[in-house]
Design a protein. Sequence first.
Length: 195
Amino acid sequence: MTVHHHDPDLSGRAVAFLVAPEGAEERELTDPWQAVREAGGTPTLVSTVGGTVQTFRHLDRAASYPVDEVVENLDSTDFDALVLPGGVANPDYLRTVPGAVEFAARFLESGRPVAAICHAPWLLIETGLIGGRRLTAWPSLRTDVRNAGATWEDGPVVVCDSGPGPLITSRAPDDLPAFDEALLHRFSVAATGRP
């Protein structure tokens, strides 16, 4: 089998997906999760408590998914990259949990890639580490992003390399194809050190 250099390869890479016990937008969890798996990576569902997480489709309950790890028990260095799904209630809750804020902060500080979609940049704002970065998010976050010292850009996906490591952000579920492609590319580059 020939693996083309443009096919992202995440073999041996551990990717944390951090969500609240309730409120994550289902497709923003399941789409990138599937993309990571198909590229050979190992996704891990992380939350603030064990059991299951309840996802939503906009304001309606969707499926629930089993939690693999509780954030308080984890060392972020066990993971190569972080994905933050959106949904309004999800990051709004996570930013009130010191362990979750700390977990995200460790990725940003260490230069490991972080991908956040929709409302998820709220958690990144809470870390105090996005000043000088370029990002996008759900449009209602524009003022919050600017107040955090970051530059707001309106586009399906924004990849920012002006910090320690890549920050990949998207606005909404409709942007998932671009979001998945960008995060796979950046996660695999980070893994191999080359495109």
